[in-house]
Write a protein that binds this ligand. Structure first.
Ligand SMILES: *[C@@H]1O[C@H](CO)[C@@H](O)[C@H](O)[C@H]1NC(C)=O
Ligand SMILES: *[C@@H]1O[C@H](CO)[C@@H](O)[C@H](O)[C@H]1NC(C)=O
Ligand SMILES: *[C@@H]1O[C@H](CO)[C@@H](O)[C@H](O)[C@H]1NC(C)=O
Ligand SMILES: *[C@@H]1O[C@H](CO)[C@@H](O)[C@H](O)[C@H]1NC(C)=O
Ligand SMILES: *[C@@H]1O[C@H](CO)[C@@H](O)[C@H](O)[C@H]1NC(C)=O
Length: 518
């Protein structure tokens, strides 16, 4: 019996060895192939007609053949205007539900990288539709508006900012004409739905129907102008005001928070651990950094996110990826970096990140809830815009425990639609029970993922790709409950923002580490 077992085990061991060898052989083969192609590519950077190997990018649709599925990710991130379409926004036309108002948070459009990169001044950040009718209309309208006597009160603290980005010059962190075109398109797409189909402004709109918030940056202000020009029936600056938001999270009266440094530090550590478990990614980053950074003296690009950001400026503007001494960044390198980041995002949700987002987004969420209140009570404002950043959208999604499907690409949008059930006869003190909302992120209805509401399915529709979708509504009262301080801050064992942000005495030592850890 024992011997037979042993024999069996031996056979099994043999089998496992064999499998192991086969695996090794395969790995070696694929490694050799990868080496081979990348060598070939980097040694022949200037061969004519070999644009692919030089990592030549164009924003033209045809440049991404069907054999390059991984490059789709990049196109998603660049989010060219021709890809911006409405999807599940405003699917309640001709139902018993009346649109009471909408709140939109956007990320600014295409911009230069946050840090200067190699060859930045050679990149043409213009857009081919720059001279088209829509763009020209916008330019003349916004230039005309900026000369009007109402402009100073419209633009407020932004009145010294240029209303348009540079024509084709790409500059670090600034909006580009590509970004303007994205927001003109987004505005137009949403106007069709909300204003033309759902009749958002049933009367000629007045000054308190529209509220515009922007962070203090040029790119968010200029993005807001383009969006509003595309969206509003009339771009009339005498009827509008741009209000500067406090910080990128629009924290309003809930900004200062000591606990954040600690949570950020913790999340940083977690990400460092992820990266350390991927030495290949770290090697790739190091190799790319030498090529991409502006010069030998410039700081290294050590975060995958910063590298993606730097590489997008080439990829989104049809410019060749940079080279040094005949060694070029390859298209595959760009997708490797992006794949890694997406992988990191898919890992087990970070508690530290979720908590930090809850603290950061609280002010904005309260603001949104208050806006919903006045929409329900007074029918005003009808439309509220927050022009912000990828961080702004990430904080919102995270704090609502919504799964992050994708990095918020340029000109991303999160829309809160507020509806009244017009067939519901309510008493005056129960009037909140007849109100509902939906949340739509880049065209995708994510209402049903909100952990705090039991959604009601109102109807179904078939989308362009023949998928049956449900229209979900979440009761406003669920949002009220979620935001009630005793619920919202329960994860901090606290009942208000201030105490959630206060660090206990015992963590004083930790705080010091967090402060010096920069
Ligand atoms: C930049 O590109 C646009 C089209 O995308 C073109 O019309 C323009 O001439 C280019 N500018 C320069 C300086 O190359
Ligand atoms: C230019 O602005 C003025 C108000 O300052 C307005 O009356 C006029 O209609 C505008 N013209 C165009 C072409 O937008
Ligand atoms: C910079 O861009 C120019 C024009 O596109 C190109 O000729 C040059 O080779 C680029 N330099 C590097 C280092 O990529
Ligand atoms: C809207 O009101 C009608 C009439 O009271 C009711 O039958 C329906 O269920 C309500 N819709 C929702 C989503 O609660
Ligand atoms: C929450 O507070 C209570 C009472 O102050 C304490 O007993 C408990 O340990 C705290 N829980 C956490 C997770 O901090």
């Amino acid at each position: 019996m024992m011997i037979r077992w042993n024999k069996k085990l031996k056979g099994l061991r043999c089998y496992i060895y064999l499998l192991g060898w086969l695996g090794l052989l395969l790995v070696a083969l694929s490694y050799w192939r990868a080496e081979h192609t990348s060598l070939r590519a980097s040694h022949a950077p200037s061969r004519r007609g070999d644009d692919e190997s030089r990592g030549k990018w164009t924003s033209d649709d045809n440049a991404y053949g069907p054999d390059k599925p991984r490059l789709k990710k990049l196109r998603q991130l660049c989010n060219p205007a021709e890809r911006i379409h409405a999807a599940s926004e405003g699917r309640l036309a001709n139902t018993a539900y009346d649109l009471m108002g909408m709140i939109v948070a956007i990320r600014h459009g295409d911009r230069g990288p946050l840090m200067s990169v190699r060859n930045l001044s050679h990149i043409n950040c213009s857009h081919r539709s720059y001279m088209s009718g829509a763009y020209k209309n916008f330019v003349s309208a916004v230039m005309n508006a900026s000369r009007s006597s109402d402009f100073a009160s419209f633009a407020g603290s932004f009145s010294k900012y240029p209303v348009l980005p540079s024509l084709y010059h790409c500059s670090a962190a600034h909006l580009t004409p590509v970004g303007v075109v994205q927001h003109l398109k987004l505005g137009k797409v949403l106007k069709e739905i909300y204003i033309n189909n759902l009749n958002l402004f049933s009367h000629p709109w007045e000054i308190d129907d529209v509220v515009i918030h922007s962070t203090k940056f040029r790119r968010t202000y200029q993005s807001a102008l383009a969006f509003l020009h595309g969206f509003l029936p009339k771009f009339d600056v005498s009827q509008l005001r741009v209000v500067e938001g406090r910080s990128v999270s629009f924290c309003n009266n809930n900004c200062r928070c000591d606990r954040l440094a600690l949570l950020d530090e913790k999340y940083d550590q977690e990400r460092k651990m992820f990266r350390n478990s991927h030495p290949g990614v770290m090697d790739l980053l190091e190799r790319l950094s030498a090529i991409v950074k502006e010069g030998p003296g410039a700081p290294d690009i050590t975060h995958p996110g910063a590298m993606r950001d730097a590489l997008l400026v080439y990829a989104c503007h049809g410019h060749a990826l940079p080279c040094v001494g005949g060694v070029c960044v390859q298209a595959e390198d760009v997708s490797s970096i992006i794949s890694y980041e997406e992988w990191e995002r898919r890992q087990k949700k970070s508690k530290a990140k979720h908590k930090a987002s809850k603290l950061r987004a609280y002010g904005l969420l309260k603001d949104i809830a208050q806006t919903m209140d006045t929409m329900m009570r007074d029918g005003k404002p009808k439309f509220v815009l927050y022009s912000g950043h990828d961080k702004t959208l990430n904080y919102l999604l995270d704090s609502l425990s919504l799964p992050a499907y994708q990095l918020p690409n340029y000109a991303s949008r999160i829309i809160f639609e507020v509806y009244k059930n017009s067939s519901f006869k309510s008493t005056s003190e129960m009037y909140r029970n007849s109100f509902y909302f939906r949340i739509i992120y880049n065209g995708k209805d994510i209402t049903k993922f909100l952990p705090f509401c039991s959604v009601k399915i109102i109807s179904h529709y078939t989308s362009a790709n023949n998928v049956l979708n449900a229209v979900n509504l979440c009761p406003i009262t669920s949002f009220d409950n979620f935001l009630r301080a005793s619920n919202y801050f329960a994860v901090f064992n606290a009942t208000n923002f201030k105490s959630a942000c206060t660090l206990e005495k015992t963590s004083g030592a930790l705080r010091q580490i967090a402060n010096t850890g920069q």
